[in-house]
Ligand binder design. Structure first.
Ligand code: MG
Length: 256
């Protein structure tokens, strides 16, 4: 497919879409509480997106190699689930859980992608730290996302944060180009070496999305074909922003 450099007009649309997406996700996050089902969060996210005149990007999306399309708008991954948790009526959040909310939005034909991990009620200090440090890892990666740099610079910066805390950094899943499609080239791994891989060019838009685990970096896929879990059952945190590469400072597009 190759890397797609977005036009000024496309960037303007994606900027608006990112703002809408972040606003929706913040509202969904406020709805997270003990006793709430992951299904309810999905319904609420879809309702908010459609009220804005937009479309959920993940619903009906069939990644290559999958036999069935993704059935929901929101991915809700709880505790040891890493990503792509399918919302369920009987999956009820409880005090002490941590929950990753991953949502894609299509605005005027163009896509943005965003994820946050939030606590359910009171959580342990260890989980609080995992949330903070995964967010810091994402921000360190975003800082390197600028014209003239390389994709490997981003992974290197994220890995430095994950390694510092001895977290497992998920390797089989990565960030990606986004905009015309929900997943575009290039892959943006959460580990790597400075000065390696594709060149970052102003007008590129990429999703940067580290997943840090309390234990091993190894993951397994559930029988639903979608839900990734940590291989050792320990907790995992995920954050994601859609970011525009410029000549200078990176621009985070998924902010309210
Ligand atoms: Mg993504």
């Amino acid at each position: 497919m190759g890397i797609i450099i977005k036009t000024k007009e496309e960037i303007e649309i994606i900027r608006e879409g990112g703002k809408r997406l972040a606003t929706v996700l913040q509202k969904v996050a406020k709805h997270v509480a003990p006793g709430v089902s992951t299904w309810e969060l999905d319904e609420y996210a879809e309702k908010l997106i459609r009220e804005g005149g937009d479309e959920p990007a993940f619903k009906g999306y069939k990644p290559s190699g999958q036999s069935a399309p993704y059935p929901a708008s929101l991915c809700v991954s709880v505790n040891n689930e890493v990503v792509h948790g399918i919302p369920k009526k009987d999956k009820i959040l409880k005090e002490g859980d941590i929950v990753s909310l991953d949502l894609g939005l299509k605005h005027k034909g163009l896509f943005t992608d965003h994820a946050i991990t939030v606590p359910v009620g009171k959580i342990s200090k260890k989980d609080e730290d995992l949330i903070k440090n995964t967010h810091d890892g994402m921000m360190a990666g975003i800082f390197e996302a600028r014209g003239g740099g390389r994709v490997g610079d981003i992974g290197f910066a994220i890995q430095a944060v994950g390694d510092k805390y001895k977290y497992g950094i998920v390797r089989v899943l990565s960030g990606h180009g986004v905009g015309k499609q929900i997943h575009e080239d290039p892959f943006v791994p959460n580990f790597g070496k400075k000065g390696t891989k594709e060149k970052l060019i102003p007008g590129m838009i990429i999703a940067i999305e580290p997943m840090f685990n309390l234990g091993t970096h190894d993951v397994v896929v559930g029988s639903d074909g979608y839900t990734f879990r940590t291989a050792d059952g320990k907790k995992s945190v995920h954050f994601e922003h859609t970011v525009l590469i410029t000549d200078g400072e990176p621009e985070i597009l998924t902010l309210p």
